[in-house]
Design a binder for this molecule. Structure first.
Ligand SMILES: [Cu+2]
Length: 149
């Protein structure tokens, strides 16, 4: 009887262990971004030098589909910024990985619009996309939050 009781407890413990492990794995693959994230597609840059907005050619944005964005850059007073040099980077802050592609601004469309090609996201969840903007030696960057399903 004591032996039976011991193995019952051992069985119970291993069930708890397996359940706990599966639970933490589920949490790892889940996305729990901070509650007050701003998902707007128009945002002021970090230092307030620019107001930047994007439109995606793919809307809603689907997983694993290459597409382009059009970025619109204005000064804080609303004048279009026509001569910006822009670097693109993105990733998932919760998963410590970047984008599977290296998106680039490939065309200055004029009027403060820039074509960003090579956008692709490989999984659902919280993504950030950051544009580092350099226009006539004014430098600032803007980060957009995305929640993809
Ligand atoms: Cu991820």
């Amino acid at each position: 009887m004591p032996r039976y009781r011991f193995s019952f407890i051992a069985l119970l413990l291993s069930i708890m262990l397996i359940a706990g492990c599966a639970g933490s794995m589920a949490m790892h693959s889940q996305s729990n971004p901070p509650a007050e994230l701003d998902y707007s597609t128009t945002r002021a840059s970090d230092e307030g030098r620019f107001v930047v907005s994007f439109t995606s050619a793919l809307d809603p944005i689907a997983i694993n589909q290459m597409h382009s964005w059009t970025l619109h850059v204005e000064t804080a007073d609303g004048a279009p910024v026509e001569n910006a040099v822009i670097q693109v980077s993105g990733g998932m802050p919760e998963h410590f990985h970047g984008m599977p592609t290296q998106p680039r601004v490939t065309q200055n469309l004029g009027g403060g619009d820039y074509l960003v090609e090579g956008m692709r996201f490989q999984m659902g969840g919280w993504w950030t996309v950051t544009f580092a903007i350099d226009a006539d030696s004014v430098q600032d960057s803007v980060t957009f939050n995305l929640r993809l399903r």
